[in-house]
Design a protein around this ligand. Structure first.
Ligand SMILES: Cc1cc2nc3c(=O)[nH]c(=O)nc-3n(C[C@H](O)[C@H](O)[C@H](O)COP(=O)(O)O)c2cc1C
Length: 352
């Protein structure tokens, strides 16, 4: 019921989205949307290139700070459009990027400038739309907060409360829920950068306040919809709910979340299910972990192929590279979660 179209490409005039299905009367404050976008930009503190701020414009669907019921159209103009260095990737595709697969699927007219439609930049409109979805959920008291749970070899293995994540994760450039671990994560990024290399990591996203019964099984189960959305984010390689893959090695007696009644409310004592039973929310916090691969663009020379000569060659991807996209992806995962939940809440009549 909530339909999102993302348009544009990294090196065209701009990027944006059309969000259709937003009910009339939702508060849409441009400054709130802008604040979310700013969490997605590279942090100069991590040795990543500083970029001029993206500025979101609301072109339609909002009047006097509230949605009108018409499609909401958001636009972000592109600034850095030097695309000359991307031409050579048509003949020598970059390992870890979509150059080769896109060329084979779309042919010579494909836009590879800045990664084209495969660029991580396409997540900016996703974040902007997500800010509106978050506002839709706020009316239901549903709140979302994500943090960097793993960055390369640095793992945050503490059980984090929603409040803790909310308070801490936006206070440091790596979006860690722990200020000391944040320093280790920064060190991990700097080490990879020094070696011209990159690191990946895991974003954990918690959702509280979700009523019981959100999800549309069979095929549009809560897990299914969330997973599909997460795999739309460039660089995502895996997802877990609750105990996730660990569930495979647990006994039923260990994994089952026993029910209890506290202050007249039903809950479970543990949350190995990650807030989902039978594809429906069970009233416990939704607990999602999303794995990101290490950034594909690295400064180290790599093996590739020359498609004109059909022979092996090597490539050095020039320019300044972001050695880790995980901190920037934290707000993207939040937005993706918000969009799926807002849609499922509309479908289940939780939002009028
Ligand atoms: C917020 C964000 C920023 C990204 N920035 C970069 C980047 O600077 N360099 C890069 O190589 N990949 C970056 N990526 C990931 C690539 O776009 C992605 O790995 C590539 O298009 C191949 O797609 P796949 O990894 O999903 O298979 C970014 C992803 C996100 C979510």
């Amino acid at each position: 019921m909530l339909r999102l179209t993302i348009f544009g490409s990294s090196h065209g005039p701009g990027i944006g989205c059309v969000l259709d299905g937003v009910p009339a009367g939702i508060d849409v404050d441009r400054d709130d949307v802008q604040r979310e976008l700013e969490l997605r930009k590279p942090s100069g503190a991590l040795g990543t290139p500083r970029v001029e701020e993206d500025r979101v414009e609301i072109l339609a669907g909002v009047m006097d700070g509230r949605s009108t019921g018409a499609p909401v159209v958001l636009f972000i103009a592109n600034k850095d459009t030097d695309s000359s260095k991307y031409e050579k990737f048509r003949a020598t595709p970059r390992p870890g990027h979509a150059d080769l697969t896109a060329l084979r699927k779309y042919g010579e007219t494909v836009d590879l400038r800045g990664g084209g439609q495969f660029s991580g930049r396409m997540t900016a409109p996703l974040v902007a739309a997500g800010a509106i979805a978050k506002e839709m959920l706020r009316g239901l008291n549903v709140q979302i907060a994500a943090y960097t749970q793993r960055l390369g070899s640095v793992v945050d293995d503490q059980e984090r409360t929603f409040k803790e994540v909310r308070r801490q994760a936006r206070e440091n450039p790596v979006r860690s829920a722990d200020p000391t671990l944040a320093l280790d994560m920064i060190h991990e990024i700097m080490e990879a950068k020094h070696e011209g290399d990159s690191v990946g990591g895991v974003v954990r996203c918690l959702v509280v306040g979700l009523p019981m019964g959100v999800g549309e099984p069979f095929f549009d189960s809560l897990e299914g919809e969330v997973a599909k959305m997460m795999f739309s984010i460039p660089g995502v390689k895996g997802i877990e709910f609750g105990a996730g893959f660990k569930a495979a090695s647990m006994r039923g007696s260990e994994h089952n979340d026993s029910f209890q009644v506290v202050d007249g409310e039903v809950s479970t004592i543990t949350n190995n299910a990650g807030g989902v039973l039978g594809g429906l929310s069970n009233g416990m916090p939704l607990d999602i972990k999303v794995a990101f691969k290490p950034t594909a663009s690295i400064a180290i020379e790599q093996r590739t192929i020359d498609l004109d000569r059909m022979e092996d060659t090597t490539i050095k991807v020039e320019g300044r590279h972001d050695p880790c996209i995980v901190p920037r992806a934290v707000v993207v995962v939040e937005a993706a979660t918000a969009l799926v939940l807002a849609d499922l809440c509309l479908r289940g009549d939780f939002i009028a």
